[in-house]
Design a binder for this molecule. Structure first.
Ligand code: ASP
Ligand code: MG
Length: 423
């Protein structure tokens, strides 16, 4: 007898029909002899709608109250799903994150899991019930207040529960068939990846792939939970995210596993920074103080005549205004000349463990971009990733060119996007 965790995204339970369809899938898994735990997202766009509503009554809703509000979305879908399962003759029990033992920090809106104490879930499984857990929420260890763990964090709830309950694997049901070599909406010839390593998936999620929540992949890697990303709208096998050791070593490993883009970043350039020790530290302390996560950094060589340099970095667009005003306040202290802001940029990354053992990957990537007429503004790399910043309007051209250059195009596949947003 197995034990599995399923997670269904909002687009899979957008309406009553969706909930009934999902209930059937869950019951089939139970019938096959498994213990089944289900983590559920809020129906359709409920979370966005609740956010809008909060904005209408208050421009700056108190974070504690916002979390109380947002977590209600997942309670609704969890209870409805339990009812739909009961109709099929099976017993289901719905639980809030707090009841399921998801213990977090008290950082409202962005809480981290500290511990999982799933006693009630174990009990419920022991009685033969299907356990349904409201996703993306928990309870703060210190304040005992209800928390949320960031947009899209139901994936993380699912993998964390799978680890704590020692499930065989965790299935993440969404509205696409799996992980693709590129976004099929940009590259129709993109193909589905059957198996991918945690480390590649981490890089892809960090670089803008929206299918899985970043922290969910970190969690899966740390606890070695196999994750199966698949569609709730079809019976097709999806993509397995697993330890690199489980990848087929006999097959010639592709150099690049996928190409991803991120069009949610902006670039700040600090012009004319005095080239002396401590300046960069001061700039990035200021930005960190504004609670902003920076991504790529580039510092130019300093001009001999002036002994000044320019420092550019990228950050989430949503943090742009905060970082700019924090830096503006430091103008005299740092002594820079000017601040520039550009949010018409996009980041394109190629990811693959194969590049560890293949020289010339950057050269191939950059010449594909050159042939496509794409100018590179910034570059950063890791052991298994190369990222470039380009003009926002050229992102699709860059993704397509890289996909072709690394032989990833497949004329025979036709990726299906079933609706929703990929969550
Ligand atoms: N409902 C939440 C969101 O839309 C959490 C999730 O779906 O994972 O972000
Ligand atoms: Mg959602």
């Amino acid at each position: 007898m197995g034990r599995v965790v399923h997670k269904y995204g909002g687009s899979s339970v957008a309406d009553a029909d969706g909930i009934k369809r999902v209930a059937q899938r869950i019951v089939a898994t139970k019938k096959a002899g498994n213990d089944v735990v289900v983590v559920i997202s809020a129906m359709g766009d409920t979370t966005d709608e609740l956010m809008d509503l909060a904005q209408q009554v208050s421009p700056l809703p108190p974070p504690r109250e916002l979390d109380m509000l947002l977590t209600s979305g997942e309670r609704i879908s969890a209870a409805l799903l339990a009812m739909a399962i009961a109709n099929l003759g099976y017993e289901a029990r719905s639980f809030t994150g707090s009841q399921a033992g998801v213990i977090t920090t008290s950082a409202h809106g962005n809480a981290r899991i500290i511990d999982i104490t799933p006693g009630r879930i174990e009990e419920s499984l022991g009685e033969g019930h299907i356990a349904i857990v409201a996703g993306f929420q928990g309870v703060a260890q210190d304040t005992k207040d209800i928390t949320t763990m960031g947009r899209g964090a139901s994936d993380t709830t699912a993998v964390a529960l799978a680890a704590a309950l020692e499930a065989d694997y965790c299935e993440i049901y969404t509205d696409v068939d799996g992980i693709f070599t590129a976004d099929p909406r940009i590259v129709p010839a993109a193909k589905q990846i059957p198996k991918i390593s945690y480390e590649e998936m981490l890089e892809m999620a960090a670089c803008g792939a929206k299918v899985l929540h970043l922290r969910c992949v970190e969690y899966a890697r740390r606890y070695n939970v196999p994750v199966h990303v698949r569609s709730s709208f079809s019976q097709k096998e999806g993509t397995w995210v697993v330890d690199a050791k489980e990848l087929d070593q006999t097959m010639e490993q592709a150099i690049i596993s996928g190409v991803v883009q991120d069009t949610k970043e902006a670039k700040i350039t600090v012009v004319g920074v005095p080239d002396k020790p401590g300046e960069a530290a001061r700039i990035f302390e200021t930005v960190a103080g504004a609670d902003t996560n920076i991504d790529m950094i580039v510092q130019n060589v300093s001009a001999v005549a002036t002994n000044r340099t320019d420092i550019s970095f990228t950050l989430p667009r949503a943090d742009g205004a905060r970082a700019m005003s924090a830096l503006a306040r430091m103008k005299d202290e740092v002594g820079y000349e000017q601040l520039l802001y550009d949010d018409r940029i996009g980041k394109v990354s190629v990811v693959g463990v194969g590049m560890r053992s293949h020289p010339g990957v950057s050269a191939k990537f950059f010449s594909a971009l050159a042939d496509a007429g794409v100018n590179i503004e910034m570059i950063s790399t890791s052991e298994i990733r190369i990222s470039v910043v380009v003009d926002e309007n050229l992102v699709n051209a860059a993704v397509t060119a890289a996909h072709t250059a690394f032989d990833l195009d497949d004329e025979h596949t036709q990726a299906v996007v079933y609706g929703g947003t990929g969550r």
